[in-house]
Design a protein around this ligand. Structure first.
Ligand SMILES: O=c1[nH]cc([C@@H]2O[C@H](COP(=O)(O)OP(=O)(O)OP(=O)(O)O)[C@@H](O)[C@H]2O)c(=O)[nH]1
Length: 621
């Protein structure tokens, strides 16, 4: 098939499209590709904030979609396909990533945001080559993305509502389908149209050309690395057939878009590159959207913290929607400044803005009001008043050490417990975080064989209560500093099973540890350097009876960590740098620590998105 020489390279391979998108299937089969469709079951819920750019998010999602299918197929038949293709399309505007709307209201919010403006559409693509090595799946990933800019006309509310009622937006990134009715919303498109529809065919073919048709030595076309080879270059397709793994072209440079993790870094663009028609075109470096977002990111955090501190979300939960002037009056602030803060919160997706005024988004109602079950309000206020200040001295900490950076403000304990007010601030922050993760930690392993547990540094008892709720036979002791236990009463849940949780004041480094079958250390060890961790574990080990256990929960990386989580955890050493004490440890390292202190049968399990839990059983000495 002369029209698709590079696609032809895949004809003899078992190719799988890891996508349920009918558009992707259509684009690729129209291009002559033969493939099996196995929709990915990968849940598209990577933490967007942990990616430096929206494109990196799309690429990682595409990669995870493809890898999930490769692993599942290999597991099922012990035979993976030769190639798995994954893709993910997102829309970005004003720093926000829009995916498929969850309901009509969400579609309306998305389309209103895009109305009259220009936005970017990114599709991340992953081409995964699979092979079997001694029964184990081996994968090599080439990934890339393409960006297209789309401008919407000014659209009336009526038109948007009618469009949403057509049902078209619901399974489409950004809430519109440019190939159908949604085409009427669009004033102009800059870049690859098919990229918007869901698959950047042109860039994909260039990648295949790099993989399967590397330039022959002395071939003048070698310089045109970015172009799909002209048809006449490939009269004899078979002589170049071969796997992509060891191919020097593997991981070559991208086109208008670029490379992401897994491929080689983009090469510096040449002064001129040839386009498909051979015409010379000025090559510009990709616009550094992600970098600019990072440069401005601190303002976004500050806006969120400030709105929390001024209780904007509480006011709107109780009385919203409200106009800026009314909110300003209720929070006792200047109308003009409040207006700007509210605009910023709306742009960050924390508030909705309609003709009736501002109202909370679902996330704000869940997490940013001060008294909800899943509130992170305390964490925002603590980050604003303590962590923010600390991070302004990051340069000093890097240069002169943590002591200098902390200056007169003292050690972490000194700062946190200098007054009842600061202690409570810290406890509220920890309470929100613990409640968020407690259930995942409590259920990561079946702990029903234990009848007593001691949560060391258990703070407000959020995890202790979850353990008591999950395991009816369990009595839990929360062991924490007297400054903490003194204030813990105010955090106790009403009602059931509170009699199964008790608080004992003490310092786990110096005071006798309460007797228990299971010792729990949740988000404790990262605060301490190695010598202190050994000291603590040896104390636990000598209290723990054979058959008893120790359960450690940390934001610990696994060996083959997905890039997103690794990046998120990558910020932790900054905290350690400033506090000058602890450090994050990998799940493997935590397991080795437990083994060193006499715990056997060490197992690791994920606890939600944030934490890993390591459980060890005390062996007979
Ligand atoms: O103009 C258009 N823009 C986008 C689309 C379609 O939107 C979806 C994007 O979603 P995603 O990348 O997550 O892919 P899914 O459909 O969920 O399928 P997977 O199984 O691959 O996750 C995509 O279908 C685009 O085609 C459109 O049609 N027009």
């Amino acid at each position: 098939m002369v029209l698709c020489p590079v696609i032809g390279k895949l004809l003899h391979k078992h190719v799988v499209l890891a996508s349920a998108s009918p558009r992707r299937q259509e684009i690729l089969s129209n291009a002559g590709l033969r493939f099996e469709v196995v929709p990915s079951r990968f849940k598209e819920k990577l933490c967007k904030a942990s990616f430096p750019t929206p494109s990196a998010y799309a690429v990682e999602t595409a990669k995870q979609k493809a890898l999930e299918v490769a692993r599942r197929m290999h597991q099922k038949d012990l035979r993976a396909p030769d190639v798995v293709i994954g893709a993910d399309t997102i829309v970005t505007i004003g720093g926000l990533i829009l995916e498929k709307p969850v309901d009509k209201q969400d579609a309306y919010r998305m389309l209103s945001r895009l109305n009259g403006k220009e936005h970017s559409v990114f599709t991340g693509v992953a081409i995964v080559h699979c092979s079997d090595r001694d029964g184990r799946l081996h994968t090599e990933v080439l990934d890339f993305y393409e960006e297209t800019t789309v401008k919407f006309s000014e659209l009336s509310e009526e038109l948007l509502r009618e469009y949403i009622d057509s049902g078209e937006p619901m399974d489409k990134a950004g809430g519109y389908g440019i190939q159908a009715l949604g085409g009427m919303l669009v004033e102009h498109v800059r870049g690859d149209f098919l990229n918007v529809v869901g698959f950047p065919l042109n860039h994909f073919c260039k990648k295949l050309a790099q993989l399967y048709c590397p330039p022959r030595p002395g071939d003048v076309r070698g310089a045109e690395r970015d172009s799909i080879p002209a048809v006449d270059t490939f009269e004899d397709l078979s002589d170049l057939e071969g796997g992509g793994g060891s191919d020097p072209a593997w991981g070559g440079r991208g086109g208008r878009g670029g490379e992401e993790a897994g491929g080689a870094p983009p090469q510096a663009p040449g002064p001129r590159d040839a386009d498909l028609n051979g015409a010379a075109e000025e090559k510009r470096p990709p616009f550094p959207t992600g970098l600019l977002e990072l440069m401005e990111g601190f303002k976004a955090s500050k806006a969120l913290f400030t709105a929390c501190k001024l209780n904007v979300f509480d006011v709107l939960r109780d009385q919203g929607p409200l106009k800026a002037v009314d909110i300003a009056r209720k929070i006792n602030a200047s109308v003009c400044r409040t207006g700007r803060l509210l605009e910023a919160c709306a742009a960050l997706g924390l508030l909705h803005k309609t003709d009736a005024g501002y109202s909370n988004t679902e996330a704000a109602d869940l997490h940013l009001v001060s008294d909800s079950a899943h509130s992170l309000h305390g964490l925002a206020v603590y980050n604003d008043s303590h962590v923010w200040d600390l991070f302004t001295h990051l340069d000093l900490a890097a240069r002169d050490g943590a002591e200098q950076a902390r200056g007169a403000s003292g050690t972490k304990a000194e700062r946190l417990f200098q007054s009842a007010e600061t202690t409570l601030l810290f406890m509220r922050a920890m309470h929100g975080l613990s409640k968020l993760t407690a259930r995942d930690v409590a259920t990561a392993f079946d702990l029903s064989r234990f009848t007593s547990a001691c949560d060391l540094g258990g703070c407000t008892g959020a995890l202790a209560h979850e353990l008591a709720r999950e395991y009816p036979r369990l009595q839990v002791t929360v062991f924490d500093l007297p400054d903490v236990t003194e204030h813990a009463r105010g955090f106790q849940p009403d009602g059931q099973r509170t009699e199964h949780v008790r608080f004992v004041p003490g310092d786990f480094f110096t005071d006798a540890l309460p007797r228990a079958q299971l010792y729990v250390l949740s988000r404790v060890l990262h605060d301490w350097p190695d010598d202190r961790v050994h000291h603590l574990l040896s104390r636990i080990s000598s209290c723990c009876e054979p058959g008893g256990g120790v359960l450690v929960a940390e934001a610990a990386a696994m060996e083959e960590e997905e890039a997103a989580a690794a990046r998120r955890r990558g910020l932790q050493p900054l905290g350690a740098l400033l506090l000058g004490a602890g450090r994050p440890r990998s799940a493997r390292e935590l397991g080795q620590l437990l083994q060193r202190h006499g715990f056997r049968d060490v197992r690791v399990a994920p606890a939600g998105d944030l934490l890993r839990v390591v459980l060890g059983t005390r062996a007979a000495p």
